[in-house]
Design a protein around this ligand. Structure first.
Ligand code: GDX
Ligand code: MG
Length: 407
């Protein structure tokens, strides 16, 4: 049997309640748990309606507040980690399933598909969805790029939606995760990256199941809506950069693989269908995002840009007068990313604004040169961009190892 968890912050209570009801009605679900942040309107809306839902469905439905577990900003990570502890301490269910609470396309087959994966023996099941070519810009430009540059021969860059909040773990996965300091400390948006990284590091087989109708949820406006998520997701990758995925003994011939190979079974369902609106949807407000490049400059940000290659520094600096982003192509972004891995400081406001501007210029460059050529062109480009990052970085790693060997 399963525990289904909905972490929530400020959402439309009706949307959350509808999702809770769908989950509670599922025959394989034993209990539904809603984890909130504080006793605000959404919480109260759920509190009022849960008793009648419990009567109607005859299932255990609980509402709790998240604990302060981690040492980063108290956010979704604390919510999800609170649920992991609850699952181990308060239930004897076999599987825990997470779903974002703001999804308006949620249905019982989302649960069924995850459980079918677990029944087949996969301890980790993740959902993935068709997404517009200008959506998922943190996933592509931060997370998948970072995975490809840092662990190029591992399974990590191949994971379709490494930041998705729709996941199933079995009990043994949860037992491992709660013992991992990196995971339990990650109280903010970095939690999805941590779960993804550590489930690969532990070597758990993973199934990615495809939900063709897509995840319709609360929409973004300007790219600034994603600023905190961007900073926290990048900071998480940076915090992991020296963590090896090596599982097996090294030999001179395979050392380059053991440096970066997670070596797990990972299967992804074929993405058989893409709904028409995904082709047409624009993921963010382009015009509104242009002004973000021009505002909020400080003298120190200009100094920090000296750490970057000239192309990056000069390109970004020209935004002090008018928006400029076409310099931030794939290769420039790769060089930028390496400098950020070395120097970025997530607690420093100038660094936060700088990474935001650098990423915004990358997103706008991609949007105006690639995404405008259509959905299929853009998707082919994004996948092959990650391939190119992987092979470039693997070559660098091999060169480094061979160079070290010779010394
Ligand atoms: N308990 C708790 N505490 N829940 C939270 C908090 C928090 O501090 N912050 C957000 N949530 C809930 C929220 O109510 C929703 O149910 C879910 O977490 C996701 O948040 P939302 O604001 O809808 O995030 P968004 O932008 O839709 O991002 C989701 O997709 C990202 C991605 O794949 O791009 C979310 O699952 C992210 O974790 C993921 O990185
Ligand atoms: Mg959402």
């Amino acid at each position: 049997m399963c525990l289904v968890v909905f972490p929530f912050k400020k959402e439309n209570p009706q949307v959350v309640l509808n999702n809770v009801k769908i989950a509670a009605q599922h025959p394989r679900v034993e209990e539904v748990l809603c984890v909130g942040v504080e006793k605000e309107e959404t919480y109260r809306g759920l509190e009022q309606n849960i008793p009648s839902l419990k009567m109607d469905t005859n299932k255990e439905i609980n509402l709790i507040l998240q604990e302060r577990i981690g040492d980063k900003r108290p956010g979704k990570g604390d919510g999800m980690n609170t649920a992991l502890k609850y699952f181990l301490e308060e239930t004897d269910s076999n599987n825990i399933l997470f779903f974002d609470s703001d999804i308006v396309t949620f249905g019982p087959h989302w649960i069924t598909k995850a459980i079918e994966g677990a029944d087949m023996g996969y301890p980790v099941v993740r959902h993935y969805f068709p997404r517009a070519s200008t959506d998922a810009m943190i996933t592509w430009m931060i997370t998948k790029t970072g995975f490809a540059l840092l662990w190029p021969a591992s399974e990590l860059p191949w994971i379709e939606q490494p930041l998705g909040g729709e996941l199933l773990f079995n009990r043994s996965v949860v037992e491992k995760l709660v013992q991992e300091k990196d995971v339990m400390n990650r109280s903010d948006w970095g939690i999805d990256t941590m779960y993804t990284f550590y489930t690969v590091k532990y070597g758990y087989p993973m199934l990615e199941t495809y939900i063709s109708e897509g995840k319709l949820h609360k929409l973004y406006g300007k790219l600034s809506d994603l600023r905190t998520m961007l900073v926290e997701c990048f900071d998480t990758i940076k915090s992991l950069k020296d963590t090896s995925l090596a599982l097996s003994a090294k030999s001179p011939d395979t050392e380059h693989l053991s440096v970066c190979n997670g070596g797990i079974v990972h299967r992804a369902e074929h993405p058989h269908e893409v709904p028409a609106e995904v082709f047409e949807k624009i993921g963010f407000d382009i015009e509104g995002s242009l002004t973000l490049l021009v505002e909020n400059w400080t003298p120190r940000m200009e100094e920090l840009l000296d750490l970057f290659p000239r192309r990056v520094r000069d390109g970004l600096l020209s935004n002090r007068t008018s928006p400029s982003f076409s310099f931030m192509d794939e290769h420039t972004w790769r060089e930028t990313y390496y400098v950020l891995l070395e120097h970025f400081d997530s607690g420093d406001e100038d660094w936060q604004e700088l990474i935001f501007k650098l990423w915004t210029s990358r997103v706008l460059c991609y949007t105006t040169t690639i995404a405008l050529r259509g959905y299929f062109f853009a998707m082919r480009y994004l996948y092959s961009m990650i391939d190119r990052y992987m092979s470039h970085s693997a070559r660098q790693i091999i060169k480094k190892i061979k160079g070290t060997d010779r010394k």
